[in-house]
Each structure stands twice: as C-alpha cells, then as structure tokens.
Design a protein around this ligand. Structure first.
Ligand code: 1GP
Length: 247
C-alpha cells in the first residue's frame, strides 16, 4: 500500500502514525544501522529522509542500507531537487505555502517534474507550513521565508485551507528541525478543524508527552528528528505514546 493510502486508512481506523526524520548529515552508517534496528522493533511507521542543507554525500549509501535491512517505507523530505532518489518509496512534493518564495511554490517543482515522471516514486503533493518555533531554523534561512507567527492560528488555518482547496493532499506544519518550541497545540487544533486532508506535525518535539499532545490535538502523523539523534532510547517511548492515542 502506498503512503497516502496507508495514512488515509490509519486515520479512518483512528490510529496515529510516527515518522522519524533522518537527516543523513547527522548519522554515521553505524548509528543508522542501530536506528533501523530499534525502529523496526518499535513499530516506527515511516522514515522521512532529507534536510534543508546536506554537506555529506551519503544519501545513496544510507538509502540502500535502509531498503536492504527493513520494511519501513522511506519518504523523501527534500530540501532541494538534488535530493530526489529513486531508491526511496515516495517523496513529499513540497509547496512552501506559508512563504512567498516563488521558487518554493512552483520554480523547483518545474525543475523536478521531468525527473519525477521518469522514476517510480510515489509523489505526495504537500502543503508545507513553517511555523515560528522561537528560534531561527535552517529551513527558515535556506527557504528565505518568514514563518507564520506562533500566535496567529488564523493565518495557519487559512493557509492550510487554501492548500487543500488547491488540491494538495497533505498539510505538514513544521516548527523547523531543532525548533525551541513545537507547533502550538491550539494551532494544530484549529487547523485540524478546518481541513479534511491528513495533517503532519513536526519540529521541536522532544518528549513522548509532547508527541502525545500533538496527536490528541489533531496531528495524524508526528515527525521527530533531533531528539532521536541525541537519544535513540526515545524511539520506543515516542512510538508507544503516539500509537497509544486513538480518536
Ligand atoms: C523537521 O519536523 C522535522 O522538519 C523534525 O524536527 O528535528 O526538531 O524533531 P526535529
């Protein structure tokens, strides 16, 4: 089953999903192998793979390692079109709809389109909303966009709604990797109330309780990266917290 179908199914069944963000710059091959093992045992649903800026050429090696050693689907979360890779299962085809940078609304998509057409990757049209997490993140700098202020839920709601009306299939609210504060729960609740497509939430989630609360507020899928890079023991506890939440 592809990513969109499996996520839609889990929502219908009232289940929440857990994705680990693998920024290949932050792992060695040995640490990646450990992460794969722990994730397989802990019921991790997806690996998101990518970063706003990659400086080490490890993508091919790491994707091969993941695909050869587990069944967890790998969804590319690309910072740019150099990160397109046919070894993955799918790609978040991101439109940075909280920003006003035309390259990230359509320019990069035009460049990527023929590559995506030529390879067998599930393309997931995604409305990406960057939300202020209290510090300036790499994604805010690299994308040259202003995040939505954390107290402006109405802007997030209208932006997410516009994304759905434009035909996007997923909304991803992100405070940015390493954010001081995650996306506010009140903002998640408001957005969830107005959209019918799946809602992904990530950025700055560091504890099982934060992950659980994000799910209870309406996140269908929670993404965690940094906290797991620092402490791999969080994987099973985060997984239990997220999967323990039902509608
Ligand atoms: C970033 O949502 C992801 O795009 C994960 O963020 O690394 O802060 O968990 P963290």
């Amino acid at each position: 089953m592809n990513f969109q179908a499996s996520l839609t199914n889990s929502i219908k069944e009232g289940n929440k999903r857990f994705a680990i963000l693998i920024d290949p710059d932050k792992y060695t091959l040995d640490r990646l192998k450990r992460l794969i093992k722990v994730s397989s045992k802990s019921g991790v649903d997806y690996f998101f793979f990518g970063g706003s800026l990659l400086t080490r050429d490890q993508q091919e090696l790491f994707l091969t390692q993941i695909k050869e050693s587990c069944n967890i689907p790998v969804i590319l979360f690309p910072g740019n079109h150099f990160q397109i890779n046919a070894k993955a299962d799918g790609i978040l085809f991101l439109s940075l709809i909280s920003g006003r940078n035309p390259e990230l609304l359509i320019g990069n998509h035009v460049v990527a389109a023929p590559y995506l057409k030529a390879i067998k990757l599930e393309v997931i049209p995604t409305g990406y909303l960057l939300v202020d997490g209290g510090n300036r993140t790499t994604v805010a700098y690299m994308s040259n966009t202003d995040p939505i202020p954390s107290e402006k839920s109405e802007i997030a709601v209208c932006t997410a709604l516009a994304g759905e009306l434009l035909g996007l299939k997923l909304i991803y609210m992100d405070a940015g990797s390493g954010a001081t504060n995650p996306v506010p729960l009140s903002m998640i609740k408001q957005v969830k109330k107005y959209i019918t497509i799946p809602l992904v939430v990530g950025g700055g989630i560091r504890t099982p309780l934060q992950a659980e609360k994000a799910c209870q507020s309406g996140a269908d899928l929670v993404v965690v990266g940094n906290a797991i890079e620092e402490d791999i023991k969080l994987v099973p506890t985060l997984s239990d917290a997220i999967h323990g939440v039902s509608r």
